[in-house]
Design a protein. Structure first.
Length: 383
């Protein structure tokens, strides 16, 4: 009899558990830094997670000033979205805040996840194959896509850019660009797309595609350098592109593109600076650089500031703080456009938990915290 009662109670308990949402709490850490106010109330950090592990995660830095100290919340997505079986997905590759929505590009899960910017609650999922980066113009989002599977040296697939309605979250159009397109920038009614050809080992792409936004057709290509990656616009109407080179004889470099009146060709200025990520604030381009060489089997690491107006180095380092030397692999950088304090993401061994470092505008180190696996992308949240 007792055994029967126990079995009945266990069955009822299981049934109750199935109806309840399993909430996985986030992990919280006090950074010890002070909230200073301003229009920025927080910052999301997207951690890629090692490919194939389904461990992409998003952290949140509370800068609202509601508490005396700045608080860091790790892995908030499961807590805010308890019904999501697979959580966030495999390889978080980009994150942007557009209005009251946050867009996360989950590369190897072939999807873009849209969530509320204030609470990180999922509102939509957009299926896009081998998606890479997202940018916005007006009522539309533009997502770059390798199209084909993750396959270095495999079948060649021209990339595409998908046009997505930001109100309905529906794909409304797409355009073919170069091989393995990466970051994009919008200027003067044109969408510029950095083509990497990252899967083409013996003949990498060297171009930036020019897409007319009105007709959504590719008007042409601007030749720059092999294996392009980052692409940003400055306030003077020029583009800044980075090349990862070929990892052997062709080095990583930074390029400034001054467009012609039609916006379909450009003069190119070359800076012999390896840049893996950058952030432009005013006329200052903050950068970090990790350049891998197969010849030496090692990374060359650098950081500094470039004068955007003159296309010249402004500072050979971001900081002289000794804590910066503790960073193993600087993987991402973001600069507060109001106060110019900056954050550097350390990917460590590209496998496990990383760290987020915070420095004041003068380079003074303030704090660091542990993050999810492979932190590399961040976006501010505004009031």
């Amino acid at each position: 009899m007792k055994k029967a009662i126990f079995i009945l109670m266990a069955a009822l308990a299981v049934a109750a558990c199935r109806e309840d949402e399993l909430v996985i709490p986030s992990d919280t850490q006090d950074t010890g830094g002070n909230s200073v106010g301003g229009s920025i109330v927080g910052m999301y950090v997207l951690c890629e997670g090692n490919m194939g592990t389904n461990k992409a995660s998003v952290d949140y830095l509370d800068l609202s000033g509601n508490g005396s100290n700045v608080v860091y919340h790790r892995n908030i997505y499961p807590e805010r979205n308890p019904t999501e079986v697979k959580e966030l997905g495999d390889v978080g590759n980009d994150i942007k805040v557009n209005g009251n929505r946050m867009w996360m590009v989950i590369n190897c899960s072939n999807m873009v996840v849209v969530a509320t910017a204030d609470s990180c609650r999922k509102v939509a999922k957009i299926d896009i194959p081998n998606c890479r980066y997202v940018t916005f113009d007006g009522a539309f989002a533009y997502v770059s896509s390798y199209v084909g599977p993750v396959e270095v040296g495999g079948t060649e697939h021209l990339g595409r850019v998908y046009k997505v309605d930001t109100a309905s979250y529906k794909k409304v159009d797409s355009v073919t660009v170069g091989y393995q397109p990466e970051e994009m920038a919008v200027l003067g009614g044109k969408l510029y797309v950095a083509n990497s050809g990252g899967y083409l080992l013996d003949h990498r792409e060297k171009t930036v595609s020019v897409v007319d936004l009105a007709s959504f057709t590719e008007e042409g290509k601007i030749e720059v350098a092999p294996n392009l990656h980052r692409l940003r616009a400055d306030r003077h109407g020029r583009l800044w592109a980075t090349s990862r080179g070929d990892y052997w004889t062709e080095p990583s470099r930074l390029f400034r593109l001054t467009l012609d009146a039609a916006g379909t060709s450009a003069s190119v200025d070359t800076l012999d600076i390896p840049v893996s990520d950058l952030c432009i604030v005013g006329d200052s381009l903050y950068y970090i650089g990790v350049e891998w060489s197969y010849e030496t089997s090692s990374n060359k690491i650098g950081h500094g500031i470039v004068d955007v107006a003159r296309a010249e180095p402004l500072a050979s380092s971001l900081t002289s703080a000794p804590e910066f030397s503790d960073i193993t692999l600087p993987y991402g950088i973001i600069v507060n456009p109001e106060d110019r304090d900056f954050y550097v993401m350390d990917a460590k061994d590209y496998l496990s938990s990383g760290q987020l470092y915070h420095f004041r505008a003068d380079g003074t180190f303030e704090w660091r915290v542990w993050t999810g696996d492979i932190p590399g992308h961040a976006a501010f949240v505004y009031k």
